[in-house]
Write a protein that binds this ligand. Structure first.
Ligand SMILES: *[C@@H]1O[C@H](CO)[C@@H](O)[C@H](O)[C@H]1NC(C)=O
Ligand SMILES: *[C@@H]1O[C@H](CO)[C@@H](O)[C@H](O)[C@H]1NC(C)=O
Ligand SMILES: *[C@@H]1O[C@H](CO)[C@@H](O)[C@H](O)[C@H]1NC(C)=O
Ligand SMILES: *[C@@H]1O[C@H](CO)[C@@H](O)[C@H](O)[C@H]1NC(C)=O
Length: 384
């Protein structure tokens, strides 16, 4: 289903001999080794690492009675969740949101397909994120304004197949998301003429790559706090050494999934301005909550380095939204995207006082501001 480091008979034999050799040379070392392993192993492997346990934990979580009402009810919006099978045979969780039939659409300005839907927004979510919980609540705003939403959880994220938060190969994310978006827009929204991409945080880089490669399939992109550039990158020899140890981009070895890559401190505190929403997000038993896995860090580094060196070629219509108090991705990256891209139709909105999680981590009023900017941008570009 997904590549795991293989342990075969030879490996076990070698480990056996190594242990025997250690016991001959220095027995206390054996004890010390066991102590270290006793700490490391439970930290590296957790109950929620595989997809099946994440799905079970999620189902149990939904039985709690202290969850926000909007998680189960959807006001004027039809939400359909399901699993879609990618080319590698993995089941990935998907979700679509459409407005419930609306006869009294008073701001109908044409451009819709007769069902009232004026455009489709295809969401690429961020690292360690998913579309099942806070996004499910907040993104209904689009559907209430007659913009359908389709979203997919990447491999290793949410309830999709894959090891929790492991990104073995960047291209998988980009290809899976585009394949699904093409599939769902053809099947479900054949008559909607405008299709936009939206990417948040790391999803901004995914959306950027999809947009650059499939320029004809989408009419533009919304970037929210996108991760398209790293301001401080390690020197090339460090990267080369790192790749030597954890494998080259797109490959896995025995060390690839260890969750020890350095990253900024406490992500939830850095990304959520609204601490009630943060507490809600932290209640979820399937959250990852460790340092990035080596392979994931390598893929993100490689993708952002490539993207930042091609920004001057990017020419699609886009709007970029960024909080000025963002401590996870620097708003200057969005300014550079805006300044350096070749696009003739580009817009930037920088929000004073807002943090990283623009669509799910701010106060309701701030989230309204962000969505209203995205919705007007889409609406303006969906008229006949
Ligand atoms: C990213 O990985 C690919 C595949 O190995 C490699 O060809 C490319 O040079 C890497 N790009 C950067 C910027 O490191
Ligand atoms: C919001 O914050 C959480 C916790 O840090 C993180 O997992 C998630 O990816 C963030 N979402 C976005 C869109 O930035
Ligand atoms: C889904 O994302 C929410 C934040 O929106 C987070 O709290 C939760 O842990 C994530 N769940 C899974 C299954 O990854
Ligand atoms: C982008 O361009 C504006 C106007 O030329 C300039 O003031 C700003 O410093 C630039 N930002 C970055 C990050 O390059």
């Amino acid at each position: 289903m997904f590549p795991r480091p293989r342990i075969n008979g030879i490996t076990i034999l070698v480990i056996g001999f190594a242990l025997y050799a250690i016991s001959l040379v220095c027995r206390p070392l054996l004890l010390a080794l066991s102590c270290v392993l006793a700490v490391i192993v439970p930290y590296s492997y957790r109950e929620n690492d595989d997809a099946l346990s994440r799905r079970i934990l999620w189902t149990e979580f939904l039985d709690r009675d202290d969850l926000p009402r909007q998680l189960r009810e959807s006001d004027g919006v039809t939400i359909e969740e399901g699993y879609w099978i990618n080319r590698r045979g993995m089941a990935l969780m998907t979700s679509t949101m459409t407005p419930e039939t609306n006869d009294d659409d008073d701001d109908d300005d044409g451009g819709n397909d007769g069902s009232g839907i004026r455009a489709v927004v295809c969401l690429c979510h961020g690292y360690m994120d998913n579309v099942s919980f806070l996004k499910r609540i907040q993104f209904q705003r689009f559907a209430r304004r007659n913009i359908a939403v389709c979203m997919i959880e990447y491999e290793g994220h949410g309830r999709s197949d894959g090891i929790n938060a492991l990104i073995p190969r960047w291209e998988n994310l980009v290809e899976d998301a585009h394949d699904y978006f093409r599939h769902v827009t053809r099947e479900k929204f054949p008559n909607v003429r405008r299709v936009f991409l939206m990417g948040e945080s790391m999803g901004g880089a995914v959306a950027y790559d999809i947009m650059s490669r499939h320029r004809d399939s989408y009419d533009g992109a919304i970037f929210a706090a996108p991760m398209v550039k790293i301001l401080v990158t390690p020197p090339p020899f460090v990267v080369a050494l790192f790749e030597r140890i954890v494998g080259h981009p797109g490959t896995l070895n025995a060390l690839s999934h260890l969750p020890w890559a350095p990253s900024r401190g406490d992500m939830p505190h850095l990304s959520f301005k609204d601490k009630d929403k943060m507490r809600l997000a932290l209640m979820v038993p399937t959250k990852y909550g460790r340092k990035p896995r080596f392979a994931t860090a390598r893929e993100l580094l490689n993708a952002t380095r490539r993207i930042s060196s091609t920004i001057h070629e990017f020419d699609a219509p886009f709007i970029v939204l960024h909080g000025l108090e963002d401590m996870v991705t620097d708003p200057r990256m969005s300014e550079m995207l805006y300044n350096e891209s070749r696009s003739s139709d580009k817009t930037i909105k920088l929000y004073r006082g807002m943090y990283h999680n623009l669509t799910t981590g701010e106060t309701d009023e701030n989230i309204d501001i962000v969505f209203n900017d995205a919705i007007s941008w889409v609406t303006d570009r969906s008229k006949r």
